[in-house]
Design a protein around this ligand. Structure first.
Ligand code: DHB
Ligand code: FE
Length: 288
């Protein structure tokens, strides 16, 4: 596993890229903030990205809401969210890695739903565009979608997401093929799209979270779902997906870059990029 990226997935970020508005005064500060991370990631291309995300009742209906799921398809079409699908390439899957991860995680007592067919919405495609704004005909890496229910009560706890991430990291490292894997944790930061507190931005909470996701993820895993919703807003609970990424990375990481910007739509948007220094390379950099 080579790196982990946490990023907001606000649909308007994708629309700004699709409609060439990234240099407009509203958008430029956000995209300028991404630039160092993008340069670094372009030099560290993964073979596969495991993208931890939530569908927003676009590709997956609300008839059946699994807590966790993994896509196992050869490829994933881009969902139509009401304005036609985004003009971005279909997403190529990594079915052998997907099947390995499902098996390992089920054996680790995480009962993972399997999505043999899936259309991916902004929750997955916007983070891909944050990584690679100009993919041309194909994204630079294959993708394993890992879905988390953040929409319907009771969402999995932050502690469960962190534990899933630890198990995911072990599962990725035990894959017999020599693959470079990146893990994306998506969503957040603080936002609430509806109700009396619509537009809620809690910068002190977001800044605390951005700091502790590196240094003390256990303290974030100890927060309840009610803490997340109270502090970060009804949609701010998407931040539990960052903990899956963080758990997978393990203990030996370095922050490459981060950026925080308000507002994007009604949302506090952030990016945090971590290089994985350790992994299981016994005798390698981890032990140095
Ligand atoms: C917005 C943010 C989201 O995370 C989302 O899924 C949809 C919309 C927004 O701020 O507009
Ligand atoms: Fe969202």
């Amino acid at each position: 596993m080579i790196w982990g990226l946490a990023t907001s997935h606000v649909p308007a970020i994708g629309a700004a890229i699709d409609h060439d508005k990234t240099e407009d005064s509203y958008w430029k500060p956000l995209f300028d903030g991404y630039a160092p991370a993008r340069r670094w990631m372009a030099e560290h291309r993964p073979d596969v990205a495991v993208i931890v995300y939530n569908d927003h009742a676009n590709g997956v209906g609300m008839d059946l809401v699994p807590a966790f799921g993994i896509g196992t398809a050869e490829s994933y079409e881009v969902a139509d969210e009401g304005w036609g699908p985004r003009p971005v390439p279909a997403v190529t899957g990594a079915p052998e890695l997907s099947e390995h991860l499902v098996r390992e995680l089920v054996d680790s007592s995480f009962d993972i739903a399997t999505f043999n067919r899936l259309r991916v919405d902004h929750g997955l495609t916007v983070p891909l565009s944050v990584y690679c704004p100009d993919p041309g005909d194909a994204w630079p890496c294959a993708v394993v979608p890992l879905l988390v229910n953040v929409l319907q009560y009771p969402q999995p706890t932050a502690a469960r997401c962190y534990a899933l991430g630890r198990a995911l990291g072990r599962a990725i490292r035990s894959f017999p093929q020599d693959l470079k894997v990146a893990v994306f944790g998506t969503g957040g930061m603080s936002h609430q799209l509806a109700g009396a507190r619509a537009g809620l931005i809690n910068e002190p909470f977001d800044r605390m979270f951005l700091e502790e996701i590196e240094h003390d993820p256990e303290s974030l895993a100890a927060l309840s779902r009610e803490d997340y919703i109270e502090q970060a807003g009804t949609e701010g609970i998407e931040l539990i997906m960052w903990l899956v990424m963080r758990g997978a990375l393990g203990d030996n990481i370095a922050r490459v870059h981060d950026t925080y910007h308000v507002p994007v739509s009604n949302t506090a948007a952030a990016l945090a990029l971590f290089e994985n220094l350790g992994d299981e390379e016994i005798g390698g950099r981890a032990a140095a």
